[in-house]
Every structure is written in C-alpha cells, then in structure tokens.
Unconditional design. Structure first.
Length: 191
C-alpha cells in the first residue's frame, strides 16, 4: 500500500495487523481521488473507519488543509499513527479513537467537513443510519463518499443530500452524496 500522488507520492504505508481492517485498494483509491481532484485542495476531510489512514493521508498528500481520522480499533490506530508520522502530517491531522457514528453525534456542527470518506465493513449493519448521522457533518456543498460492496445497493441519501454518482470497480462500489448548498431546502425534507 502506498500514497499514489501528491507531496507524499510513492510513500509506503504500513498495512493492517490481523483481521478487521480491509484497506481500500490502490486502484480504487486512485479512481476515487481522480474524481475528487477539484475538491481536495484546502478541504477539511473526515476519514471515518480510517483503518491505516490511507484515504485521509492521500487527501493530505494532494493538498487537503486538514484531515480528521476516526477509528475505533486500537490496533488500527497504532498503524494509523505510524503512517501519519511517516508522512510528517501530525500538525495537519487529528486522530480520534471513537466509533464514527458516536463521533458524529458529538461533533460540533458549525465546524463541518468539506469531504467525508467512509469505508465501513461491507457487512455493516445499518449504512442508512450511518449516513444519517455522518451526513450532518458536511458543510453546505460538501461531498460524502461511501465505499460498499457492489453486491449491495447504495443506501438512500441522508437528509439534505442527494446521491449523485456511483462508480464500481471490482467487488467495490463508491457512492457519492452531495450536500445541498441551500440549507432552506433541508427543512423541506422534514415535512
């Protein structure tokens, strides 16, 4: 596993120790970031289910202003911290040990994220609830990307967001959700 492009291009990342972490493949990560390229520079990024941190580190490598990594597994956190240190990004990232849904319900809304990257386990029980909780962290006009099994249909868009694209590669799919820039439209969804 390596950083594909940007300031840390070619930098090797430590992989997961043991089970429980399924890193996004280099090929899928390259596809994702080719799509996201116009949104990365200066973005505030949330890497939920961060694992090794490959998604958030790729964003930082390509010019994101800050990345917040949320990961509950202590073994994955250890690897993530090592990868962040190897890239020298300690001053531009925050690493949080927490469940991403719990983090979402406690995070202050005014300081939202421009880009949210979620890579939950493919057998995750309730992706709809996950999107409902985490979708509220997006800034107006922000983008949420959910990686999921291509065998599973994409969950409905959270309130205030629209599903705008799904890309399939191998056994994986990426579904993109765009937060509407007009907050007044959000109130229509509650009616």
């Amino acid at each position: 596993m390596r950083i594909i492009a940007g300031a840390f291009r070619g930098r090797r990342l430590r992989g997961p120790d043991g089970g429980g972490v399924r890193p996004t493949s280099d090929r899928l990560r390259e596809t994702l970031f080719n799509i996201l390229m116009p949104r990365i520079v200066g973005a505030r990024v949330l890497d939920g289910f961060a694992g090794t941190g490959a998604l958030g580190l790729e964003a930082l490598s390509r010019g994101a202003a800050h990345a917040t990594f949320v990961e509950a597994d202590p073994r994955a956190l250890h690897v993530l911290r090592q990868n962040a240190a190897a890239c020298g990004v300690e001053s531009t990232c925050t690493i949080v040990r927490n469940d991403v849904q719990r983090f979402a319900t406690r995070h202050p809304r005014p300081s939202g994220f421009d880009l949210v990257l979620l890579d939950p386990p493919y057998a995750f029980a309730s992706p709809e609830a996950l999107l409902a909780d985490v979708g509220g962290l997006l800034t107006a006009g922000g983008l949420l990307v959910l990686e999921h099994s291509r065998r599973r249909s994409a969950p409905a868009a959270p309130v205030g967001c629209d599903a705008c694209r799904t890309v399939q590669a191998g056994d994986s799919a990426l579904t993109f959700y765009h937060r509407r820039p007009d907050p007044a439209r959000d109130t229509d969804d509650h009616a």
